[in-house]
Design a binder for this molecule. Structure first.
Ligand code: PHE
Length: 347
């Protein structure tokens, strides 16, 4: 039987299908009810059990080969039929309405592109995380409010109030990915981690329980706050245009010291002060700072030798500032009237 299959396989491969009549002959000879492949299938009953597996496989392959060949030629020939000497092959095709990228994807790709040009790699990690990677290794105190059920979605919580290393939760920031990178690699580390994050917030125009972040991390010898500032300025100029101005305000995060928040000048009022920037002329874009030595040590990096900076921005927020979107919920509603407005954006 196996020899017969091989023989037939060769016949099928060699059969030249140059016209519709030969295509039909091919079908009758191999694929019809009485064709040679069906006949082999009938004979399969008598194959000894120990050969059944191999024979069955070869037989199925042969059938697939013949079917594919038949379909391929049928398509080719039916196309050839429609192209007559009167067909104008130079006529432009009907315009295809291609889809558009979602504004969140557009900004995400732009941010990735900008940082890739500065030598950052892209790291990804799990959305379902443990307490250690989201909080403890990032220097969050045991009683930090972010560890509360009010702020974080827990999937499994070991004890009522106390946090526990085994607690399973939805990550509240992608800093957890950076912890994973630091645990695995030694400096120099230069990476960004884009991804979805989850916070237990009531949905409104300004807050959502799901959003997207890109966080960045650079660790090497002699990394300074000036490096951070220059990198962020370059980033802001690339994303918002050369007229953008930035300012850093002191802030606090458990995992960075010193910490800052970066604002960009409000492009809606040109710095005069409006309802969007609440009269200040500035809009908050991201959080940043020098990685706290406690975090480096917790992740197995020598904090005497290395320093580093980190930053994190919300993509929805960046898109809001760039496109003047005033309600976060629009990003999640998939309203075509909203999405169509980003048609001209590439990337
Ligand atoms: N992880 C912070 C947040 O989610 C952002 C941040 C990242 C701040 C890195 C400072 C440094 O809000």
């Amino acid at each position: 039987m196996i020899a017969r299959i091989a023989e037939l396989r060769k016949d099928v491969e060699d059969f030249q299908i140059s016209g519709a009549d030969l295509l039909e002959q091919f079908r009758i000879r191999y694929l019809s009810k009485k064709g040679s492949i069906s006949t082999l299938f009938e004979g399969f009953r008598n194959v000894p059990p120990e050969e059944k597996r191999e024979t069955g496989r070869l037989l199925n392959e042969l059938k697939q080969l013949a079917t594919d060949k038949y379909n391929e030629h049928r398509e080719r020939l039916s196309f050839a039929e429609t192209v007559t000497s009167e067909t104008d092959l130079s006529r432009p095709a009907w315009p295809l309405r291609a889809g558009t990228r979602h504004p969140i994807s557009i900004i995400r790709y732009q941010v990735i592109d900008i940082f890739s040009r500065m030598g950052f790699t892209v790291s990804e990690g799990p959305e379902i995380e443990d307490d250690n990677h989201v909080f403890t290794l990032l220097n969050f105190a045991r009683d930090h409010p972010a560890r509360d059920m009010q702020d974080t979605f827990f999937i499994r919580k070991s004890s009522g109030v106390e946090s526990h290393p085994d607690d399973v939760l939805l990550r509240t920031h992608t800093s957890s990915v950076q912890v994973r990178v630091m645990e695995k690699e030694q400096p120099p580390i230069r990476t960004i981690s884009p991804g979805r994050v989850f916070r237990n917030e009531a949905v409104s125009a300004r807050a959502h329980c799901i959003f997207h972040q890109v966080e960045g991390l650079y660790i090497a010898e002699n990394v300074s706050f000036a490096d951070l500032r220059q990198t962020l300025l370059y980033f802001a100029v690339e994303l918002f245009g050369k007229d953008v101005r930035i300012r850093l305000r002191p802030s606090y995060f458990p995992f960075t010291e010193p910490s800052a928040e970066m604002d960009i000048n409000c492009n809606l009022c040109g710095g005069e002060g409006c309802s969007v920037c609440k009269g200040t002329g500035w809009l908050e874009l991201l959080g940043c700072g020098m990685v706290d030595p406690n975090v480096l040590e917790a992740c197995g990096i020598d904090s005497e030798k290395y320093t580093g900076y980190a930053f994190g921005l919300g993509i929805e927020r960046a898109a809001m500032l760039k496109y003047g979107v005033n309600d976060l919920r629009l990003y999640f509603e998939n309203d075509i009237r909203f999405l169509n407005q980003f048609r001209s954006e590439i990337l």
